[in-house]
Design a protein around this ligand. Structure first.
Ligand code: ADP
Length: 366
């Protein structure tokens, strides 16, 4: 998978000729069995950080043999990392110095790359978390209403139970049924709260088998009050046999919420004269490997000038907009092997759609 320049020099080949080759091609035939034992030991002691040493001879492109000491360690993801030190090779006096220097450089390069990847992953998670908190802040009023509904229902069920208990036997017999309904409502409130806690919690991304239809319904339920207040009607269409997908359900819900909230804001903006306020959400499967979600609104659409600016981070046409919702959504979608695209509909309004790899990772090339 990777080889440094010093090893290439030592074997008198180009680095590119080493990468992708079987390591056995560069090991002297008499040491093959010994080297396989070395690998077998590593495999059987397969835990991170397992380490083994062996002494073998490498073969150069000129068929000279060079005796080396190899120290192998198992890295995460089952990658074996071998360091080689020269034991003897008179014709390569420069080798030892080169080897040490190039090895240090390769190590630095790998750790630098890992550090950047880790930092960017952490950064994305933090950003997504901040955006979720922001979403929650904006939706607080709606959510309070969502939780208030079951609480109001519980209190009226309990009150009628108290009344019924004062009545005759026939009335008292109705009490268990009503208490059952009160319990269901308490469960509903608990589910809403649990879901909110999952939504805002700062958890690292994790993939699980997910039913996309459910995720869409949860996002809709978080927006229901806002849709109601703004007189927005809604239509959801889905295939009868949508496949289950591997995804981080909370992150996908965040993407859908961003699209729903943007659509709702676009249609409710008093500057836009939207006669009908309607949202179409369509779930389908455009290919064997991907599913797709489209959200179409009857808002003003996207001016040509802005088409290319979306979704650049911090691009927003709203007075209080952060301009992060779509940028974060795009990162999440791409992280799931999909693409986020947008267009203005011929009949007016905008459509935002995204694909997701069913297995959570296969990349699609449009
Ligand atoms: P914000 O909502 O904070 O502005 P977003 O990244 O979610 O950030 O959106 C960026 C911009 O994209 C919005 O300010 C708006 O101009 C445009 N936009 C997003 N969704 C729509 C839509 N459904 N219709 C028209 N314009 C939209």
């Amino acid at each position: 998978m990777e080889a440094n320049l010093a090893l290439a020099n030592l074997l008198q080949v180009q680095r590119a000729q080493l990468i992708g080759q079987h390591i056995g091609n560069f090991i002297a035939p008499q040491d093959h069995a010994h080297f396989i034992r070395h690998l077998t030991w590593l495999r059987d002691n397969n835990k991170n950080g397992a380490c083994a040493h062996c002494t073998i001879s490498l073969v150069t492109s000129q068929q000279t043999q060079i005796k080396v000491r190899m120290k192998s360690t198992i890295q995460t993801d089952n990658i074996i990392h071998g360091r080689i030190s020269l034991l003897e090779h008179a014709s390569h006096p420069q080798c030892l110095a080169d080897l040490a220097k190039s090895h240090a450089e390769l190590q630095k390069e790998i750790s630098g790359r890992e550090l950047i990847e880790e930092q960017s992953r952490q950064h994305q998670e933090k950003l997504a978390h901040v955006a979720r908190l922001n979403t929650m802040g904006e939706m607080a009023a709606g959510l309070a209403h969502e939780i208030n509904q079951p609480l109001t229902a519980i209190s009226s069920y309990v009150r009628s139970c108290l009344r019924l208990l004062e009545g005759d036997e026939k009335k008292r017999a109705q009490v268990p049924g009503i208490l059952e309904q009160a319990c269901n409502q308490a469960q509903r409130a608990a589910n809403i709260i649990r879901h909110l806690r999952d939504f805002v919690s700062k958890s690292a991304s994790h993939r699980e088998t997910t039913e996309l239809g459910n995720v869409i319904q949860l996002a809709i339920s978080m927006m229901r009050t806002e849709f109601h207040t703004n007189n927005i009607t809604l239509n959801v269409e889905t295939l009868a046999n949508m496949p289950l997908i591997t995804a981080d359900a909370i992150q996908i819900e965040q993407v859908v919420l961003n699209l729903l909230r943007n659509a709702s804001e676009a249609m409710s903006d008093p500057q836009n004269n939207c006669h009908t306020r309607h949202l179409d959400i369509v779930l389908d499967q455009p290919s064997a490997t991907h599913v797709r979600v489209s959200v179409s609104d009857t808002g003003p659409g996207i001016p040509l000038d802005n088409m290319k600016k979306i979704p650049t981070p911090f691009f927003s046409t709203k007075a209080n907009g952060m301009g992060l919702g779509l940028a974060i959504s795009r990162t999440i979608v791409e992280d799931h092997g999909g693409k986020l695209t947008h267009k203005t509909n011929p009949e007016g309004g905008a459509t935002f759609m995204f694909t997701l790899a069913i297995d959570g990772k296969t990349i699609i090339h449009h």
